[in-house]
Ligand binder design. Structure first.
Ligand code: GLU
Ligand code: ZN
Length: 504
């Protein structure tokens, strides 16, 4: 493959033809962030250009595809808010949108390709292919399929059939270089040596990705294919196949292609779908907001502006152009993803924030009994939580002191806060808090401040034992607001319990 000068191209949009893009995952395993990035870029491109987003399920591999994975894909896109105009459940003019229900179409196209001489039956056995590949390698020749069955005579074919050999169908690649202009990478040229004739139908008659994907893109009138760089090598094959499909009257156009950069994970290795860090469910379970996650994923290969990386999805759609996608690998940075998510949490209005936390406030996530949950206390503390959370799942540990009968027992926090003299300090603090006016948190702060002064402790040191006595933890939401919302009676009782424990 030779790299061209890589000019930055604006996606060529045919005059008056709104773009049609597709997101076409195979339903295997759990959705991962690379997949979501592909869906997002296609969706943003469609929305920016008033185009159509087609959602197609590439489920031609019965051994690997699962209904569970299919359902997860739909559920994930819905959760993210990436809607589709044609596809499962919404229908459209090119139904069905599940390839497993389109087998007749592929059989028909494969027959046409064979009849037109664009494809041929290959009778080579795996052993023969392996031997010839080895020999070619040893001789320094290209090691792809050598075209052995390209032009078999009828007698040769008949002889193979009599032997009972199985055959696959191969597409006949043209003997000339293929050049195309990638929307991200500029002009690319592939020489025939690098793109040998390739299988499109298995011996069993099952059509392969190499056939079904471009056939459906043609039949569904896709204008732009935006997909991961891992699929770059299939593009010259598909372009040749499109030319054949156009000659056969099956296709009307060759779509424009744009290959999105690799995403690198830990240790600068390609983020693999099996990487735990890549699992979409993980982000969902940790309480990423859809907008926060999409904002972050949009930065994998694209940027909003030089000095702004937090924005709404509507803002992203307003600016998105595939010509601005960067060809260099993008690095997945969890810390940055969390920081962006935190910003999106702050952007919610407090009511929406309180609602977004709901799933974590209810069992089984919560570490309190469902009947202990106190809606008024939650509404009072929510504004303080909103400015501190990175992911919503952290809410539980931050507010459990409000709902549990007793604070959690966290031995590490206890050891850290309860030093020599802590009992004396706590006793003074308790006295002063008991005498304080509980209608405002400032008075509670003054009480603890004064207790600290008596013992020669700054506020930070003086409040640590109080915090652990009342909340069970060394870190949490602003202490005096927390005390006030929990209330005088409970707060003092917890300090008493801690004093008792220290005395024992
Ligand atoms: N089903 C293919 C995949 O998930 C689609 C590739 C493509 O976008 O062409 O890898
Ligand atoms: Zn062959």
């Amino acid at each position: 493959m030779a790299n061209g000068p890589s000019p930055k191209l604006s996606a060529p949009l045919e005059q008056g033809v709104p773009p049609r893009v597709r997101f076409c995952p195979s339903p295997t395993g759990n959705p991962h962030v690379g997949l979501v990035r592909t869906a997002l870029f296609n969706w943003a491109f469609a929305r920016h250009n008033q185009g159509t987003m087609v959602f197609r399920i590439e489920d031609t591999d019965a051994a690997r595809d699962s209904e569970e994975s299919y359902n997860q894909l739909l559920d994930s896109l819905r959760w993210l808010g990436l809607d589709w105009d044609e596809g499962p459940e919404v229908g459209g003019p090119h139904e069905p949108y599940r390839q497993s229900q389109r087998m007749d179409i592929y059989r028909d196209v494969a027959d046409k390709l064979l009849a037109g001489g664009y494809a041929y039956r290959c009778y080579c056995t795996v052993t023969e292919l392996d031997e010839r590949r080895e020999a070619a390698r040893a001789a320094g020749r290209p090691s792809g399929y050598d075209g052995h069955c390209r032009d078999l005579s009828d007698e040769q074919k008949a002889a193979y059939e009599r032997e009972g050999r199985e055959s696959i169908i191969r597409f006949r690649m043209p003997d000339e270089p293929i050049t195309f202009t990638d929307l991200v990478r500029g002009e690319l040229t592939f020489t025939p040596d690098n793109v040998p004739d390739y299988g499109i139908v298995r011996a069993s008659g099952a059509p392969l990705y190499t056939l079904v994907n471009p056939v459906d893109d043609a039949l569904m009138d896709i204008t732009h294919v935006l997909r991961g760089e891992d699929l770059l090598s299939s593009t010259p094959r598909q372009i040749a196949l499109y030319k054949a499909l156009i000659e056969l009257g099956v296709a009307h156009r060759i779509p424009a292609f744009g290959h999105l950069p690799y995403v690198m994970g830990e240790g600068n290795k390609k983020l693999s779908k099996r990487d735990p860090q890549a699992s979409l469910n993980l982000y969902r379970e940790r309480g990423f907001l859809p907008e926060g996650l999409l904002n972050y994923l949009s930065l994998l290969g694209w940027s909003f502006s030089a000095d702004q990386d937090v924005f709404s999805i509507a803002e992203m759609v307003g600016k998105f152009d595939v010509a601005d996608v960067n060809a260099n690998p993008a690095r997945f940075d969890l810390k940055k993803a969390e920081a962006i998510n935190a910003d999106h949490i702050r952007r919610l209005d407090v009511k929406a924030f309180a609602e977004a936390c709901e799933p974590w406030l209810r069992a089984p996530h919560a570490n309190w009994e469902p009947e202990e949950f106190d809606q008024a206390a939650w509404e009072a503390i929510a504004p303080y939580a909103q400015t501190r959370l990175t992911v919503l799942s952290d809410i539980t540990a931050n507010v459990d002191f409000l709902f549990r009968e007793e604070p959690v027992e966290d031995e590490a926090s206890w050891q850290k806060a309860m030093k020599e003299g802590s009992d004396a300090l706590l006793r003074t603090a308790r006295e002063k808090l008991a005498a304080a006016d509980w209608s405002a948190p400032e008075a509670l702060k003054d009480a603890v401040l004064a207790a600290g002064e008596e013992h020669g402790l700054k506020l930070g040191k003086a409040q640590a034992p109080v915090r652990v006595a009342v909340t069970g933890r060394t870190v949490g939401l602003p202490l005096f607001e927390s005390l006030q919302i929990l209330g005088r009676e409970k707060s003092l009782a917890r300090i008493d319990a801690a004093l008792e424990k220290l005395g024992a």
